[in-house]
Structures are given as structure tokens and as C-alpha cells.
Design a protein around this ligand. Structure first.
Ligand SMILES: Cc1cc2nc3c(=O)[nH]c(=O)nc-3n(C[C@H](O)[C@H](O)[C@H](O)COP(=O)(O)OP(=O)(O)OC[C@H]3O[C@@H](n4cnc5c(N)ncnc54)[C@H](O)[C@@H]3O)c2cc1C
Length: 539
């Protein structure tokens, strides 16, 4: 067979199809979105970079869920719980509707047969979900809803036409085939960006969806709140931090590190790590707790068991692993209750979207994120289906243009020496060090931005790094996210939520607003007011 024929054949085999709604990402947010869109009568395709059901941050973890009974006293307490930690940027109306939606969704999960443990009164305890069981169930429900799933099929570009977003293209990495899905609406549910730091479940979370959305003209919100670091044994990737409440932290000599702790003392750990190793031991857990901990989170103990370490009695070396926006709160800006973005036909859900609306500038995990993923997933799916319906019969005839084409034409395929690994390393060198990303100053942010801006310009406009299409895209997305983070961090000249400035150590009431980040080459920052602060009080 001639080369031309072979190429033609490959082209014929490539998938080119239409669905009313395309969901990009198959974690909790994407699966809830797909199920809801299908229940509205839409034809739905869900694409995932990995395998929907085992990929992303929830699948290998156990997540606490913001499941609070609908009693005003309980709801008030829940809303207050992280309000000040989040720098008073959350909104009461959003917190209330997420609490309501999460209550409904968790009850639905119970009715679908999820094996919740029983409490003392024999009632199912609905406050936690084990990732593997949860996501297995969600995949089953997605398929039962009639949704087509394309696994191992990352999206690499959105399609647009004069009406807005018109689908996406990507590649099936197992078959090495391109796919194009024309659609009336697209939901971005690609999770956050953890900068390939090897944190649990985060190796697929490189901020791809944020770049896809920004290329279409969407803006970001809360990108300064993107510096979550999780405590992790140095020899493993398990970043479950809840159990470190019962840990003491030590110098190598065995002497206690004063003030170090998992909740309020994480910065003490970071500062110590700048000059010496840090060790931990879960020596505050009682015998009863130890039994419960093993039952509650068996995979927390796997790396210890493998290494022959008893974390209750042995000291082990720890590090702080960057989780970026995964347990930060920045992401694609949400413009209304339907989880729409600034771009017609484009919706965002889960960690890909900003969670400031319910968390302000701090989450740290432990409930709100899971609640946000299932609520925003539900709303975005519903709205995307309605949007598709409203476009009527013309919708399947839309032929969008791939958005990455314009810049690709401007770039040289002749590589000038950079590989995708080089780009990833260069970004990591700027975003991982604690004395750049955790303890921020104008001087250090500007210094990093000098290099990150040049890197962006180079890989976007001069020469593409060598690597597969997916790796190039991931490298680009990480570079874009790092720039949005640091440009926005530079603009917030105060300390609020998880954003700490060593040159502005206190909150400034004049900066009690959100920061909206726009643009790819030239980054612009605007402010947006907090519309519904808790109790109506502006702080
Ligand atoms: C260790 C750990 C513990 C946590 N514990 C809690 C907790 O107790 N409570 C809580 O509320 N939150 C917790 N979180 C956060 C929670 O896991 C996330 O908020 C949640 O997973 C977000 O869901 P998501 O669907 O938005 O993203 P994810 O679950 O990360 O899923 C994103 C999906 O998108 C896919 N994807 C990525 N890029 C592309 C692309 N280009 N094309 C197609 N698909 C793509 C990925 O493969 C993945 O399947 C924890 C996080 C971690 C890391």
C-alpha cells in the first residue's frame, strides 16, 4: 500500500461525529455532568485522558463530602466553618445551593446502591465516599444513561464557530488516532493542575482544560489561590493529609519541631524543609483510632506497609507535594448559576472551575471540593443540554475550527533544543519551591515570571518542544497556568486565604474582591466584587 493510501485509510478511521453535549473529563464533575445532560434528553459523549472510573484526583482517594442536613443551625455552622480561612470571598447564595444540591446528590448515590457504612443508629453515614467504589458506580451510571465514553482520549483543542464553542478534537493515545467531536455545548471537567508533582491521582491533571477554555476566550478567577501543598511521605505519592492531625514533626536529631502541624503549622514544616529534612510520626493516635484509621483509609497505609514502616511508632521523612489548583481554589471563571463561562456554549465544572464561590481562597480538601464537583457537574450538564436543545436542528451542521491552529501555523516545527520534559522541568523549577510559591514576594514572583513569560512566548510562537501532541499540550497548559498564577499573585498585594505575601503580611480590606485573569500572551487582571458575602457583611 502506498504512503498516500495508508494516510487516507488512517484519516477514514479517525472518529468524526456529533453529540449535543461533549463532556471533557470523567472524574466526579464530568460524570455528574454527563448523567444530568443525558437525563435532559441530550446525546452525550464523555472523553477522558485516562480511564473514566480510575483517573483523576478522587478515584484513588477517599473524599469527605460537604453533606450537611438541611437544618438552618447546621447549615450556618457549615458555611462559617471555612469562611474566614477562605478570606471571606465565598458567597452565601452559592454555599446554600451547593449544600442543597450535595444533599440531593448524595441521597441519589445512596439510592443507586453505594455501600455507605452504617452509623450507631443503623443509618447510612453519607459524609465520605471511597474513590474507587464511587467512581466505579459513576462510570456504570454514565453508561446506563446512554452516554458514550471515550477512554484514553484527551482533548487537545476546542472547535469554535461564529456562535461560540462547537466541539473539540483530541487523540486516542492507545490507538494513536485523532478524534473530532462536533457538539452544541462543551463542559470542561478536566480537574485542576498539580504540575506533575507525583501527588496521588494527579498525574493527569496538567491544567489542559484551563488552556482550552482560555484559548476560546474564557477568563480565570482566583488563580492566586493555587498553591496547595500536601504532606506526603518522601518515598511515596499518597498525599492524604487528614491523618497528620495526629502526627508530631521532628528534626533529623529527633527533636520536636515546635509549631509544626498539618492544619495551622504547615508553613513551619515548609520553612524547615527549606534547610533540612523533616520527619513525622503519627504518635498522637490512640489504639482505638489506629484501628479505625486502617479501616477508614486502607490505602494511606499501603506505602508504609510496603516499606516496612509503622507510621505510629517509626519516624519517617516527609515532604510537601504541590497540588496546585487541585486543592487550591482557582480555575475557570463561572458567570452564572448554570456554571457557564464567558464563552457561549462552554461550561466548566469541578476543579477546572473556580471554587472561590463556596471556598473563597482556601479549601485544603476534606469536603467542599467533592460537593462542588458533584453540584457544578450536575448544573453544567443540565445547562449544556438545554443550550444544545435551544440551538435546534441546525446544531449538527456546525463545523468548528480548531482553536490551536492559528498559533500552530505561527510556530516552527524545527525544534531548537527544548523537549517537553525541559519545559515541564522549567515550570516546576518556578512553581514547586516553597520560597517562591508558598512564601511569596513581589521580587521572587517577578523573577519567576521573567522566565515563565519567555518560556511561554518561545513554545507558543517560536518552536514547539519535541514530544507527543499530548505532552506538548500538557507542557503548554502547565506553562499557561503557572503564568496566570504568578501574575495574579503579584496583583494581590495582601495576604488572604492560601495566598501569602511576605511583603504584604496582612489582609487589606480594600482588596476584598476577586481577581479575574484574562489573556494568553498579554495577561490582564481585573477585579470583581463579592456579590453575596455570608450574612451580607463585607469584610
Ligand atoms: C489525595 C487527595 C485527597 C482529597 N480529598 C478530598 C476530600 O476529602 N474532600 C474533598 O472535597 N476533596 C478532596 N480532594 C479533592 C477532590 O479529589 C477533587 O476536588 C475532585 O476529584 C474534583 O473532581 P473533578 O472531576 O473536577 O476532577 P478529577 O477527579 O481530578 O477528574 C478530572 C478528570 O479529567 C481528566 N482529564 C484531564 N485532562 C483531560 C483532557 N485534556 N481531556 C480529557 N480528560 C482529561 C482526567 O483524566 C480525570 O479523569 C482530594 C484530592 C486529593 C488529591
Amino acid at each position: 500500500m502506498s504512503r498516500v493510501n495508508r494516510l487516507d485509510l488512517r484519516k477514514d478511521l479517525e472518529l468524526n461525529t456529533y453529540a449535543d453535549v461533549l463532556v471533557i473529563g470523567g472524574g466526579p464533575a464530568g460524570t455528574w455532568s454527563a448523567i444530568r445532560a443525558a437525563s435532559e434528553g441530550a446525546s452525550v459523549i464523555l472523553v477522558d485522558k485516562g480511564f473514566c472510573g480510575t483517573s483523576g484526583a478522587t478515584a484513588p482517594s477517599g473524599t469527605g463530602v460537604w453533606y450537611v442536613e438541611p437544618r438552618e443551625e447546621a447549615r450556618q455552622k457549615a458555611m462559617q466553618s471555612r469562611y474566614s480561612l477562605g478570606g471571606f470571598l465565598a458567597e452565601e447564595t452559592w454555599m446554600r445551593r451547593v449544600l442543597d444540591r450535595t444533599w440531593e446528590n448524595m441521597n441519589a448515590i445512596a439510592s443507586w446502591g453505594y455501600p455507605f457504612p452504617l452509623d450507631d443508629q443503623g443509618q447510612p453515614h453519607l459524609r465520605t465516599l471511597q474513590g474507587p467504589e464511587y467512581m466505579r458506580l459513576m462510570r456504570r451510571r454514565v453508561l446506563q444513561a446512554g452516554v458514550t465514553i471515550l477512554d484514553h482520549s484527551p482533548a487537545t483543542t476546542l472547535l469554535v464557530d461564529q456562535h461560540g464553542v462547537a466541539g473539540a478534537s483530541g487523540v486516542n493515545i492507545q490507538k494513536n488516532q485523532n478524534w473530532t467531536i462536533r457538539s452544541s455545548a462543551v463542559v470542561i471537567a478536566t480537574g485542576g493542575c498539580a504540575f506533575l508533582s507525583k501527588a496521588l491521582g494527579c498525574n493527569v491533571l496538567t491544567g489542559d482544560g484551563l488552556l482550552l477554555a482560555a484559548e476560546a476566550g474564557a477568563s480565570m478567577s482566583g488563580m492566586e489561590f493555587s498553591n496547595a501543598y500536601a504532606i506526603c511521605p518522601k518515598f511515596a505519592s499518597v498525599t492524604k493529609t487528614a491523618f497528620y492531625i495526629w502526627a508530631s514533626f521532628y528534626h533529623e536529631s529527633g527533636e520536636l519541631i515546635e509549631g509544626a502541624g498539618s492544619q495551622r503549622g504547615r508553613s513551619v514544616i515548609a520553612r524547615t524543609l527549606l534547610s533540612e529534612p523533616v520527619f513525622a510520626r503519627l504518635d498522637k493516635a490512640t489504639d482505638e483510632m489506629k484501628v479505625w484509621m486502617r479501616q477508614a483509609q486502607p490505602n494511606f497505609f499501603l506505602p508504609f506497609d510496603r516499606a516496612g514502616i509503622d507510621p505510629f511508632t517509626d519516624r519517617f521523612e516527609v515532604t510537601l507535594r504541590l497540588e496546585g489548583t487541585v486543592r487550591g481554589t482557582g480555575g475557570i471563571r463561572i458567570v452564572n448559576e448554570a456554571c457557564a463561562t464567558d464563552v457561549p456554549g462552554l461550561y466548566a465544572a469541578g476543579d477546572a472551575a473556580t471554587r472561590e464561590l463556596i471556598c473563597g481562597g482556601f479549601t485544603g480538601g476534606g469536603s467542599h471540593n467533592a460537593a462542588w464537583a458533584m453540584s457544578s457537574g450536575y448544573w453544567s450538564g443540565e445547562a449544556a443540554a438545554k443550550y444544545a436543545k435551544q440551538l435546534g436542528s441546525k446544531r449538527a451542521a456546525r463545523i468548528g475550527t480548531p482553536l490551536d491552529q492559528a498559533s500552530a501555523q505561527a510556530r516552527s516545527e524545527d525544534n531548537l533544543g527544548l523537549s517537553t520534559d525541559d519545559v515541564v522541568n522549567a515550570v516546576q523549577n518556578e512553581v514547586m519551591p516553597y520560597d517562591r510559591n508558598l512564601f511569596r514576594t513581589a521580587e521572587r514572583l517577578t523573577d519567576s515570571l521573567g522566565r515563565l513569560d519567555s518560556l511561554w512566548h518561545y513554545i507558543r510562537h517560536e518552536a514547539m518542544p519535541t514530544g507527543t501532541a499530548l505532552k506538548r499540550r500538557e507542557a503548554q497548559a502547565m506553562t499557561a497556568v503557572s503564568r496566570w498564577m504568578y501574575h495574579t499573585a503579584l496583583a494581590r498585594k495582601e495576604t488572604r486565604g492560601m495566598h501569602r505575601r511576605e511583603d504584604f503580611t496582612a489582609p487589606n480590606p480594600n482588596q476584598h474582591h476577586r481577581l479575574i485573569t484574562k489573556g494568553l500572551d498579554d495577561i490582564r487582571i481585573e477585579t470583581e466584587p463579592v456579590k453575596a458575602p455570608l450574612g451580607g457583611v463585607l469584610l
